[in-house]
Design a protein around this ligand. Structure first.
Ligand SMILES: Nc1ncnc2c1ncn2[C@@H]1O[C@H](COP(=O)(O)OP(=O)(O)OP(=O)(O)O)[C@@H](O)[C@H]1O
Length: 239
């Protein structure tokens, strides 16, 4: 079984008869890095929620690593970075504490973390390049570094699939570039499958193998180099 994600003729509606996605068929192989892009309201987040088992298709089926999405989530095959998941600026929580919270959830214990879990936490923090800032309060870090801390939290469950929803919101251009490089590294070194959902994909255009454009359905699916010029036009993408 080499597929990470399979959507087979999936349609989805929040209200009966009002389809947000229609007849989406999509396969993502293990180890692929896919940008899911498209205009606001096009259905990107809905597609991700179907993959995460947070919504059910009205018709068609969704499988993640060959099983029902909810089961894949429970078995910690998926690390998820939700949209606008910026940590509260007030809470004096450190990088290590927030990443430990991710590991606690995966380990299914109330704490304290066992030694092996603490090592996974430390490794996840190293992975995202925050080794020197592990005990820094999150609020003292830049937006880009906070985003890295949240990626480390998602990595602490040792996921096979990492799903990120609009991860560059509030992150400066330079940090966006290094986020792309970090994700590329995770894919190459850990073999993690990555679904990167964003209305814009400039930060990852050079490292993703494939862009899927979603606008009520899949309107383009291919390598960035084959993307029709019109989709590079921001006014079109934001329409
Ligand atoms: N909980 C909900 N109930 C009803 N309609 C919803 C709900 N969530 C989203 N929608 C509608 O579904 C459509 C697709 O939304 P979705 O969030 O999936 O798109 P998106 O491409 O991720 O857009 P954005 O970039 O704005 O998040 C939109 O028309 C939106 O208004």
């Amino acid at each position: 079984m080499s597929l990470a994600v399979e959507l087979d003729h999936v349609s989805f509606a929040y209200r009966p008869g009002v389809h947000v996605l229609e007849d989406v068929t999509l396969s993502v192989a293990r180890g692929e890095f896919v940008a899911v892009a498209g205009p606001n309201g096009g259905g990107k987040t809905s597609l991700l929620r179907l993959v995460l088992g947070l919504e059910r298709p009205s018709t068609g089926s969704v499988r993640v690593f060959g099983e029902a999405p909810g089961r894949a989530v429970r078995r910690h095959r998926i690390g998820y970075l939700p949209q606008r998941s910026r940590p509260s600026g007030e809470a004096p929580v450190t990088v290590r504490e927030i990443v430990s919270a991710g590991r606690l959830a995966a380990a299914g214990i109330w704490g304290p973390l066992r030694r092996a879990d603490r090592e996974i936490v430390a490794r996840s923090i190293e992975r995202v390049g925050l080794g020197g800032r592990a005990d820094a309060p999150l609020r003292t870090l830049s937006g880009g570094m906070q985003q890295r801390a949240l990626i480390a939290k998602a990595l602490a469950v040792e996921p096979a699939l990492l799903a990120l929803d609009e991860p560059t919101t509030g992150v400066d251009a330079e940090s966006q570039e290094s986020l792309g490089a970090l994700l590329d590294e995770l894919r190459n070194e850990l073999g993690v499958t990555i679904l990167y959902v964003s209305h814009e994909f400039g930060a990852v255009e050079r490292v993703v193998g494939r862009i899927v454009l979603v606008r009520g359905g899949v309107v383009f699916d291919g390598p960035p180099g084959e993307l029709p010029g019109v989709w590079h036009d921001p006014s079109h993408v934001h329409a």
